[in-house]
Design a protein around this ligand. Structure first.
Ligand code: SF4
Length: 740
């Protein structure tokens, strides 16, 4: 077992979600940990959610692998690291030699962004794979934000963050910060921050097909039909332009470096509130009121998240949200949507480490979906494995991800993985995805390595910096993720019998002279607060940061345009051609050919839950105990139409599959829409997650459709899947009657 570093309280940042809450951890006599909020943390001020206590559940989980394993006919067999790493590299090279470089696929899940050393060593590993078939969780999450940022501001990571602590008006679309604590808006204690807006006389409005937990903290909640947010945004902009409410000059000269205002004026003129209201379900007068309020507020920020990002028009929605913030003078302005200035600034980092972004340099083989920053949309992964021909994926590596449960048409991907010639997974669970691996390489758990949020400081509502040392020393003969990446990279790049020795030696040399901490230190020194720019060594270094266990407050977000803009012209591109062109698709799909589906068709949306985030959290008893969480929410009118009663088991079917799930009848969901949370479906054979298997639930991604995507960038259109729900009792009775 790993040994505790110290009996003193240990301060660190919780890495279970994006919120960056500070925790205080005490070792207890019974061998468990007492985990509470760190009141002195400069960012979270003592706030934590119920998940934080589960940090220890991963550490002590009996199902967590601590050594490499090989799948055999007689089950999983423990093997030595060198043997495992050699076998992985040998098989990948063998398959690439026979079928070409692109016959290798790579998928990386989102826990990687919570691990700075993985982020630093992943690019080198990926380069060593020489494949274009690279996928990640980005295309089932925040890709739309990156596309809009790249095309408008010149860098995929220049993401506008609502200035939550100073805004007077927050418009939230498809996000649930009361549960997520902010997503692409890192905001520990988001509930407290939302309450504070109202306390200081401001206003919070939520647009969502479900009256979520955030609605309870808002002044107003407005239902919207899933997938039509783009029309609401266009109609609001139509009002702002037609009523002459455009104000780029709230004291900030956005006017001086913004191109494309007139194109936007022309483009939105086709989208009147009268035309769009019947489709969104929001009355025209209410949209006009909303637009006027937003434009007239002293300061305002519009924030759209997963419900808006992962739908057919996600890219356009994120662009129009930025446009709305710009034309009302709220971009890059205190109280509006701003940009962070993190201590390790990825926007200013070398291209090899944090690329500005690229779009459409190549396309996927089967469906011709565009690359974004070196990755293809994961909705195309299964077909790239299953469709024969040159470039077909024959081998996979997955790292820290469970795409069988987290990507659309999970059953198809399940079948695809089962037919691969070879698969390796870097993961410490045998889950729905890794059960297909021939070799699993388990990295250390998060409490066994140090922590710095390279990504989430970049997305935070306040500038801070914090470093957390490891709490436990990992047991002997284990590897951190970055060491696994590095050793595999060395093996992929070298040949000959001595390559194990070469790989191990190189890892030792890098570990000695360029470990992750050295790279982090360099990033801090060369960052905006770094010692490189300050005289007499007064600036920030890792050594200095280590002196502040509760973090360093670097101040509120500050205006930074046009200096920080990365477009070649140093101007905001308000109307990028690609996005403007995509409005034609909006017209065709939503305005011209909008059809009402038959009475039994319902629109499926997802749901974030406080005690869950990723599928692996379902192996924590303390997070899954209590009432069943994997339920379907249905409006009373839809339930009555189908003779469905509360708690009943129903069958939900879509174009690609069917699941059984129990129903919760509630008017918190709008008529015509149902909601199912993600990450469940632990009933597949061969997984080794004892707690999750006892609470299997059903996977929403056995219903979501890999062919339903945002055609602009390939993001999975999770929100707005057409499904039908049938009453199993009635169907069974009918079946029985037919038999007799
Ligand atoms: S909100 Fe996120 S970061 Fe904060 S305690 Fe919960 S899981 Fe951890």
């Amino acid at each position: 077992m790993a040994t505790s570093v110290s009996s003193q309280p240990h301060f660190r940042t919780c890495n279970l979600c994006e919120a960056m809450c500070g925790v205080e951890i005490h070792s207890q006599a019974n061998g468990t940990l007492r985990i509470e909020g760190d009141r002195d943390d400069v960012f979270s001020h003592g706030y934590i959610c119920p998940k934080a206590v589960a940090l220890q559940d991963i550490q002590y989980d009996r199902d967590r692998l601590k050594y490499p394993v090989r799948r055999t006919a007689n089950g999983w067999q423990q093997i030595d690291w060198d043997e495992a790493l050699d076998e992985v590299a040998d098989n990948l090279k063998r398959i690439q030699a026979r079928h070409g470089c692109h016959s290798l696929g790579f998928y990386v899940g989102n826990p990687t962004v919570h691990n700075y050393s993985s982020i630093l060593f992943l690019p080198g590993f990926i380069r060593s794979l020489h494949t274009r078939n690279r996928f990640s969780a980005t295309s089932v999450d925040q890709l739309a934000h990156h596309v809009a940022a790249l095309l408008m501001f010149g860098h995929q990571l220049l993401l506008p963050i609502p200035d939550l602590d100073r805004t007077d008006f927050l418009l939230i679309m498809g996000g649930n910060p009361a549960v997520s604590n902010g997503s692409l808006m890192t905001a520990a204690d988001a509930p407290g921050r939302l309450r504070a807006i109202r306390k200081r006389g401001g206003k919070v409005i939520l647009i969502d097909p479900r009256r979520t937990e955030t609605a309870r903290l808002a002044d107003q909640h407005i239902f919207i039909r899933p997938g039509t947010d783009v029309l609401l945004l266009l109609a609001m902009l139509n009002v702002i332009f037609s009523e002459d409410r455009v104000r780029l000059d709230h004291g900030d000269p956005l006017n001086a470096f913004t191109d494309g205002l007139e194109s936007i004026r022309t483009l939105v003129s086709d989208f009147s509130t009268e035309k769009t209201a019947p489709i969104t379900g929001i009355p025209a007068e209410q949209v006009r009121e909303l637009a006027r309020e937003f434009a007239g507020a002293k300061t305002a920020a519009c924030y759209g998240r997963i419900g808006v990002s992962t739908q057919e028009f996600g890219g356009v929605c994120q662009w129009l949200i930025n446009v709305l913030n710009v034309v009302t003078g709220n971009l890059d302005r205190p109280g509006g949507a701003m940009f962070t200035r993190p201590a390790f600034d990825a926007v200013a980092a070398p291209e090899g480490l944090a690329p500005r972004g690229s779009f459409g340099r190549w396309r996927s083989r089967v469906r011709k979906l565009p690359e974004f920053t070196g990755e293809l949309p994961v909705a195309a992964l299964a077909e790239e494995i299953l469709t024969p021909g040159d470039g077909q994926i024959k081998a996979m590596i997955t790292s820290a991800g469970n795409p069988v449960l987290s990507t659309p048409n999970g059953r198809q991907l399940d079948r695809a993985f089962a037919g691969l010639e070879f698969m390796a997974s870097i993961d410490f669970y045998i889950n729905e995805t890794t059960r297909h691996a021939n070799i699993i390489l388990p990295p250390t758990a998060s409490l066994e390595h140090d922590h710095y949020d390279l990504v989430f400081h970049l997305l935070a509502v306040h500038n801070t910096a914090k470093y957390s040392p490891p709490l436990f020393q990992p047991q002997k003969n284990t590897r951190h993720d970055w060491e696994i990446f590095l050793e595999l990279q060395m093996r992929m790049e070298s040949k000959g019998l001595a390559r194990s020795l070469v790989a191990k030696t190189k890892r030792a040399v890098v570990g000695r002279f360029f470990p992750p901490t050295r790279l982090l230190d360099l990033g801090l020194r060369f960052g905006p607060y770094g010692s490189k720019w300050k005289p007499f060594g007064s600036g920030l270094t890792l050594a200095e940061l280590k002196r502040w266990p509760h973090g360093i407050d670097l101040g509120p977000l500050e205006s930074c345009f046009p200096e920080r803009l990365c477009t070649p012209s140093k101007r905001i591109a308000l109307a990028p051609e690609l996005l403007v062109k995509d409005i034609e698709r909006v017209k065709t799909r939503l305005l011209d050919s909008h059809t009402h589906h038959s009475r039994n068709d319902l629109l499926l949306i997802g749901r974030r839950q406080l005690r869950s985030n990723n599928s692996w959290m379902h192996n924590s008893e303390r997070l899954v105990k209590g009432p069943q969480r994997c339920t379907l929410l249905m409006n009373p009118s839809d339930a009555a139409n189908r003779d469905i009663v509360d708690g009943q088991q129903v069958q939900v079917s879509s174009r690609i599959g069917a699941i059984e799930i129990s129903v919760e009848i509630t008017d918190e969901i709008m008529p015509g829409v149902i909601s199912i949370p993600h990450g469940w479906g632990h009933d597949r054979s061969g997984i080794q997650m004892a707690v999750a298997e006892q609470h299997p639930g059903a996977s929403i991604n056995d219903l979501t459709d890999d062919e339903s995507i945002d055609a602009l960038c390939g993001t999975a259109a999770f929100n707005g899947t057409w499904v039908s729900v049938s009453n199993m009792a009635t169907s069974n009775e009918r079946g029985a009657a037919a038999v007799h």
